[in-house]
Design a protein. Sequence first.
Length: 340
Amino acid sequence: MSLATDVTVQKMNPSRRPIRPGFTLALGGAAVLVLAVVSMFVGVSDVSLPALLAGDPAAWHVLWISRFPRTISVILAGAAVSVAGLIMQLMARNKFVEPSMVGTVESASLGILVVTVTLPAASLFTKMGVASIFAMAGTALFLLILRRMPLRNTLIVPLVGIMLGGVIAAVTTFFAYRFDLLQTLNSWMVGDFSGVLQGRYELLYIVGALTAVGYICADRFTVIGLGEEFTTNLGMNYNRIMALGLVIVSLISAVVVVSVGAIPFLGLIVPNLVSMIFGDNVRRSIPWVAIFGASFVLVCDIIGRSIRYPFEIPVGIIVSAVGSLIFLYLLLGRKKNNGN
């Protein structure tokens, strides 16, 4: 709708006021806050509002040691992985890719396996650093293959990424089997927040900072999404922006895998759903991608803790089940549109 049409409609209906983007973002943030509060009261331990108001020391202890760190971790991981997926799609110029589909997450897991075998007593920061280097190498390999592809069909690109990730995952599984680390490998490949406690989640604040960097550089990522020639014509350094995106995506993937495990499909479905609702303006989309991502993982985490209470289903399984259905819907919808 054009500006002239908006003015005409406003004159015809003075009571109608345009909805401000800031107001809708505030509503989205409020929804995340409500889900976060609900999340902190879901679980086996007795943490209830009456117990907290009564000053129950056990309830307050569980709240600060377990529930609060877990909720913050879910929000940070959900928002960061979703934004990393959006940046990955701009770098690959394809809406059907994300870090868990192009070998980034598998490469990070391989890096963690290497450092676990060679340096068993390594700190989390060391594991994160090595995983980040491997993740950058795996993502760079995918982008190199993509640039050498003569045809970049919308559906072929994610298949190439899945095949590359499968090869890396096969190598990782082979060496994990040889060194009797298959169980440890599985814990990295399935996102699970049940082990998050105070003192074991603080690395995730790094992905919060990286998400903010992604928002600051949103315009640059928008430009590289239009191609190398267009970016160069605007006087911008294409390779430098690609390197920045590579670092952001790899660091987010590595930190999340080291802290809570992989969360597949999240970086694929959330940016696509936001694009369907709000369009392709990246600067406007990134806050919504973060809100949708955090909300989606919060809902999946609450479901995972509720459907088999008092047992818990890892959030990665819930996200995979729901995300695969949405992915199929997006694929079939795109195929139908292309056929028309």
